[in-house]
Each structure stands twice: as structure tokens, then as C-alpha cells.
Ligand binder design. Structure first.
Ligand code: C5P
Length: 271
């Protein structure tokens, strides 16, 4: 059986870049489960659905019939002090063939995604997409495997909130990544600053759409508050997805370098 690594944790804890670097190091496939919820949220915005009331059933239907694809493009090893020889591959997210990689990270999507993800019919639809993508990723064995990885079986790394508890409770390795709210906000702010040229999606039928002002990007403090609000929404909803699996290894990376946390995980995988 292939090796599954589940990496869970709160928003902006560094799950995605860590999971991608771990996948490349081990020659595993990679699946970003948050991007599937973000695709569902983008579909919601395009349908003018901003609440989990009416319309959410049809949204669950839409996302379950959509084709979500997560393509990993292996990157060359960096030689930087913070990364060492590690590489963080680029990930492209395709929704019915359309590249939505950047559009799913706009402030509008950030604000709505926790609400959309709180709906059980959406979670059920996304669960099937996750398991299917994982099966595909394992059979493809995406990235070129490094020499160190030759003694490892094939496998997949998936990051999210409930991967180790709900999606793959039998995962061979479960990691729970955490960091302080301020450390996470600073990382998210850096990410957002690289996104400033991305146009904001308005519902197509909104008459004001063409006259819409550019998005106002928040400060670090506002992001910290928004992250805490999102964590709160994620943790306090009924059947919260964000739980620590009893057999998960908890890593707080507030004071770890990127390389330290990645190698901690690859070492655990090789044990
Ligand atoms: O990880 P990312 O910030 O892209 O996830 C966006 C949102 O999707 C989270 O805030 C959470 O509400 C939801 N999510 C979830 N379960 C997952 C992954 C993401 O509920 N496994």
C-alpha cells in the first residue's frame, strides 16, 4: 500500500509550502485540500451565493460535478540560506480546465471560504474529490524522485484540517502544524503582497462590477484578527474539522526554520 502523509493545522501555519517540499523530497504526490474548498467558494461567488442557506445544495452539486485538478510542477532546488537545498514546487489549480490558481486566493474567497466549508453537503462532496485525487496522485507518482527517496514506497502528501481525522484516518504519518497567530499573519501578509495585481472577482451579473474599486488589502494586524476569526469559525462550528488526531505528531513552527520542519517530517516518514 502507498504511504499517506496527512498534514493538518490552522490557517497560514505553513502547511502548504511544508507539504509541497516534503512531497518533492520524498517523490510523493501532493494535494492541497484547502484549494478544493476555495474552488467551491469561487463557484459560490460566481453564483452570488454568500450564505449557507438556500442555494448551498446546488453548490454542493456543482462542485461534485466539477473537475478539480491539482498539478504539481517540480521546481529546481533553491540554494538559499533559509531553504538550503529544499525546493517548494509550484502548484496549479484547474477548475474545469480553467487555471484559477490565483483567483482562489483573493480576499473575497478568503472571507467566504470558512462559511462554505462549514456546510456538511459541501464537505461530503469535497471528501470524494480528495479521495479521488489522492488515488490519482499515488498512481501517477508525480515528482522526480531524489536518490534519498529510492528506499521509500510511492505515496501522497495531503494538507488540510481534517485529513488525519476524517479523510485518511489510516494515514501512515500524521502531522499537526501550528504557529502563533502573529507569525501566521506575517506569512499571509507576505503572500498577499505578491497578489496585488490580481483582479477581484465580482459576480458576473453585478451591474457595478466594471466600476468596482480595487480590493483594499489588509494590514498585518487585520490579517491576524481575520485568521483568529477564521480559526474560531473553524474550531467552534459543529463537527469542527480542525482537530488534532490522537496519533498526530504536533510541530509548532513559530521558531523553526523551514528546513528544520521539513526535515523533521521527512525523517519521521523514513523511520
Ligand atoms: O488551507 P486554506 O487556507 O487554503 O483553506 C481554506 C479554508 O478551507 C479553511 O479556512 C477552512 O475553512 C477550509 N478547509 C477545511 N478543511 C480542509 C481544508 C480547508 O474546512 N481540509
Amino acid at each position: 500500500r502507498d504511504f499517506t502523509i496527512a498534514i493538518d493545522g490552522p490557517a497560514a501555519s505553513g502547511k502548504s509550502s511544508t507539504a509541497r517540499a516534503v512531497a518533492q523530497e520524498l517523490g510523493f504526490g501532493y494535494i492541497d485540500s484547502g484549494s478544493i474548498y476555495r474552488c467551491a467558494t469561487l463557484l459560490a461567488l460566481r453564483q452570488n451565493i454568500t450564505d449557507t442557506g438556500e442555494g448551498i445544495g446546488s453548490l454542493a452539486d456543482l462542485i461534485s460535478h466539477a473537475k478539480v485538478d491539482i498539478k504539481v510542477r517540480p521546481s529546481k532546488s533553491h540554494q538559499t540560506p533559509s531553504l538550503g537545498r529544499l525546493a517548494v514546487p509550484d502548484v496549479q489549480v484547474l477548475l474545469d480546465g480553467e487555471d484559477v490558481s490565483r483567483e482562489i486566493r483573493t480576499p473575497e474567497v478568503n472571507r467566504l471560504v470558512a462559511k462554505i466549508a462549514s456546510d456538511s453537503s459541501i464537505r461530503e462532496a469535497v471528501l470524494h474529490i480528495q479521495r479521488k485525487l489522492a488515488a490519482d496522485a499515488e498512481s501517477r507518482s508525480t515528482t522526480s524522485r531524489s536518490v534519498d527517496a529510492e528506499d521509500m514506497p510511492g505515496g501522497v502528501v495531503m494538507d488540510g484540517r481534517d485529513i488525519g481525522t476524517t479523510i485518511f484516518p489510516g494515514a501512515e504519518l500524521k502531522i499537526y502544524l501550528d504557529a502563533s497567530a502573529m507569525a501566521r499573519a506575517i506569512r499571509r501578509w507576505d503572500e498577499m503582497n505578491q497578489m496585488k495585481d490580481v483582479p477581484v472577482q465580482k459576480p458576473a451579473h453585478d451591474p457595478e462590477a466594471s466600476a468596482a474599486p480595487a480590493a483594499v488589502y489588509p494590514s498585518v494586524e487585520e490579517i491576524a484578527r481575520e485568521l483568529e476569526a477564521r480559526d474560531y469559525a473553524d474550531i467552534n462550528r459543529e463537527n469542527s474539522p480542525l482537530r488534532i488526531a490522537p496519533d498526530a505528531v504536533v510541530i509548532d513552527n513559530t521558531n523553526l526554520t523551514f528546513a528544520q520542519q521539513v526535515y523533521t517530517i521527512t525523517d519521521l516518514a523514513r523511520e
